[in-house]
Write a protein that binds this ligand. Structure first.
Ligand SMILES: [Mg+2]
Length: 194
């Protein structure tokens, strides 16, 4: 099987780190705040303020390699997927202004956190062309738009939406997607052949 796994909010906890940076710079939102939508409209940050936080991310040459692992991700299950299948990690992460590329930092992170020796990471904002080329059988992402893009590109691919505060209002099933609580639930579906 060929499997596509998104990184942020699926394997890595990006939200906590973004929130911490915003709090450090602007004193809001309170630590632990979770975004209610993809625009993070409940964070009380203007577009310019959000851009400033992104500026902080881009000026940190190690940002993508020091994130925490998301809840519900077992190293054992990811290792087993890697062992038995072909796994790709498409991510919309952006490069920092200095230091290693987002893709290289992500590969380093996957090796360090999960012991995967040669993780196949691709950094690209638009995930659809890559899906057409790589032909996933299974795909998981927390962003509904990405899931729908992959579903339309690859009608036979089983597409999973990972639960997140920002996608809670999205009706996955009505859109032909399957909602899973976390990565482990997704991995078990594949490994147990459900
Ligand atoms: Mg994501």
């Amino acid at each position: 099987m060929i499997i596509g796994i998104d990184l942020d909010d699926v394997l890595a906890d990006f939200i906590s780190e973004f929130t911490a940076l915003a709090y450090k710079r602007f004193g809001r939102p309170e630590p632990g705040t979770l975004p209610v939508d993809w625009e993070w409209s409940n964070f009380g940050l203007s577009k310019d303020e959000q851009s400033a936080v992104w500026g902080d991310i881009k000026s940190d040459p190690y940002f993508w390699q020091m994130l925490s692992v998301e809840e519900g991700v077992s190293a054992r299950l990811l290792a087993e997927l890697e062992q038995k299948h072909t796994v790709y990690y498409p991510t919309a992460r952006v490069d920092a202004n200095l230091g290693a590329s987002a893709a290289k930092q992500s590969a380093y992170w996957l090796r360090k956190k999960f012991g995967i020796q040669f993780p196949a990471v691709f950094a690209t904002y638009d995930k659809k062309p890559m899906a057409l080329a790589l032909k996933y059988d299974y795909f998981i992402d927390d962003r509904p738009k990405n899931c729908l893009d992959i579903q339309s590109a690859l009608p036979n691919c089983k597409v999973y939406l990972k639960d997140s505060s920002h996608n809670a209002a999205f009706d996955a099933e009505a859109n032909g997607l399957t909602r899973v609580r976390d990565f482990d639930e997704f991995a078990k579906i594949i490994l147990e052949g459900k």
